[in-house]
Design a protein around this ligand. Structure first.
Ligand SMILES: [Zn+2]
Length: 338
C-alpha cells in the first residue's frame, strides 16, 4: 500500500491580477511537503513547482502524474493552499482554485475544482483525501450538485476544509501563537501541520484524518489567537485508514481505554472520536448487548452515532447466525419503531 500526495500552493500573482500574493501560502505548501517527506508512512509527496503553478494545465498535469501512479490499495491525497472563488452565475457553479496566472474577476483563468475532482475520482486509490485551505472550501462537497462527486458517500473519500457552513472566508495571515516556521503558514495549515509534527495524545501509533481533524479543531479552539471556530469540516466517513505517524512521545499519550461495560459505556466509548478504531469484536460477542448499543445510537439521531450504528449493523449482519441475529434484532427493532 502506497500513500501518495500532491501539494499545490500558488502564492505569487501578477501586480494587476487583483489577487494578493501571500507568503503564508508558499510557506504552508513547502511545510506540507517537508512534513510528509519526513513521515515514513508516506511513499511520495509531489510539491507542484513554481513553473507548474503558473497555469491550470501545469497544476493538473502534476496531479494527473501522481494519480496515474496510484493502485487500488493506495491512498491519494491532494493538498491545496491558495485562493478559492465561487461564481454562482456559472453553469453548475463550482469552487474555483487560483493558479498564479489567475485574475480576480476572470473565472476562465482559474482552475475549476471539477477537474481536480475528476482526476481524483478516476484514480485507482482506495482512499482519496482532499485538504483544501482556501476561501469557499466549505462549498466543495456540493461540487457538481451531486453528493457523490468525489464518492463522498463512499468510505473511500474525505474532504477536509478550512471553512465551514456558511462561513466562506479562510484567514491567510499566520497565527503568531504557533512555533516558527508554522507561524509563517496560514492559520488552518499551521495548526494542522502542528498536529502532524507533534502528534496527539491519542494512544494510537498512527493517526486517522478524523483524529487529526479533532486535534486541529481543539488546538484552534484553545489557541490564544482567536480563530473563526470551528473552522474545519470533515466530510464523508470518519475513515479508519491510518494516514500519519503519531509523533507524540508515547509517555505523554493517553492510556488505551479498558473494555466498556454496559450500554451507556459502550455508546460513550464508541462516540469518542479517538476510539473510532475500537475493535468491535468484543461487543459482537453479545448479540443482545450489540442490539441495545445500536438502538441507543439510532435514538441519539446524530450523524456520527448513525454512522457507527450502520457499521455495527453491517458486521452483525455478516457475523451473526440466525438465532443470534434474532436476539440482536429484537433490541434494534424497538428503536426503529419509535
Ligand atoms: Zn492559532
Amino acid at each position: 500500500m502506497a500513500r501518495r500526495a500532491v501539494v499545490i500552493g500558488p502564492a505569487e500573482y501578477g501586480p494587476d491580477s487583483g489577487i494578493p500574493s501571500y507568503s503564508w501560502i508558499s510557506a504552508s505548501a513547502r511545510t506540507y511537503a517537508e512534513v510528509l517527506a519526513g513521515d515514513d508512512m508516506w511513499t511520495s509527496c509531489r510539491l507542484v513547482t513554481q513553473d507548474e503553478l503558473r497555469t491550470a494545465d501545469g497544476v493538473m498535469q502534476a496531479v494527473q502524474e501522481v494519480a496515474d501512479q496510484t493502485e487500488p490499495d493506495d491512498v491519494f491525497m491532494v493538498v491545496y493552499v491558495g485562493h478559492g472563488a465561487h461564481w454562482r452565475d456559472l453553469p453548475g457553479p463550482q469552487v474555483h482554485f487560483s493558479v498564479e496566472s489567475s485574475r480576480r474577476d476572470s473565472p476562465w483563468t482559474w482552475l475549476s475544482s471539477w477537474y481536480l475532482y475528476r482526476a481524483m475520482r478516476k484514480s485507482e486509490a482506495k482512499l482519496k483525501v482532499l485538504i483544501a485551505d482556501c476561501c469557499y472550501s466549505n462549498e466543495l462537497p456540493k461540487l457538481g450538485g451531486s453528493p457523490d462527486a468525489l464518492g463522498i458517500l463512499d468510505e473511500g473519500s474525505c474532504v477536509l476544509t478550512a471553512t465551514k457552513n456558511d462561513w466562506h472566508y479562510a484567514d491567510a495571515e499566520g497565527c503568531p501563537a504557533l512555533p516558527y516556521p508554522l507561524s509563517e503558514c496560514t492559520p488552518f495549515s499551521g495548526h494542522l501541520l502542528n498536529v502532524l509534527l507533534r502528534g496527539t495524545e491519542d494512544p494510537n501509533e498512527q493517526l486517522t484524518l478524523g483524529m487529526v481533524h479533532d486535534a486541529v479543531q481543539a488546538g484552534m479552539h484553545r489557541c490564544v489567537t482567536s480563530h473563526d471556530v470551528p473552522n474545519m469540516t470533515l466530510n464523508g466517513a470518519r475513515e479508519r485508514t491510518r494516514l500519519f505517524t503519531n509523533r507524540m512521545d508515547p509517555a505523554l499519550r493517553r492510556r488505551p481505554p479498558g473494555l466498556p461495560v454496559g450500554t451507556a459505556e459502550w455508546v460513550e466509548t464508541l462516540m469518542r472520536p479517538q476510539d473510532v478504531d475500537l475493535d468491535l469484536s468484543n461487543l459482537l460477542r453479545d448479540p443482545r448487548q450489540t442490539g441495545k448499543v445500536v438502538a441507543t445510537l439510532y435514538e441519539q439521531r446524530s450523524d456520527g452515532g448513525r454512522a457507527i450504528a450502520h457499521e455495527i449493523n453491517k458486521q452483525a449482519n455478516e457475523q451473526f447466525a440466525p438465532r443470534e441475529f434474532a436476539r440482536y434484532w429484537n433490541q434494534v427493532e424497538r428503536a426503529l419503531r419509535r
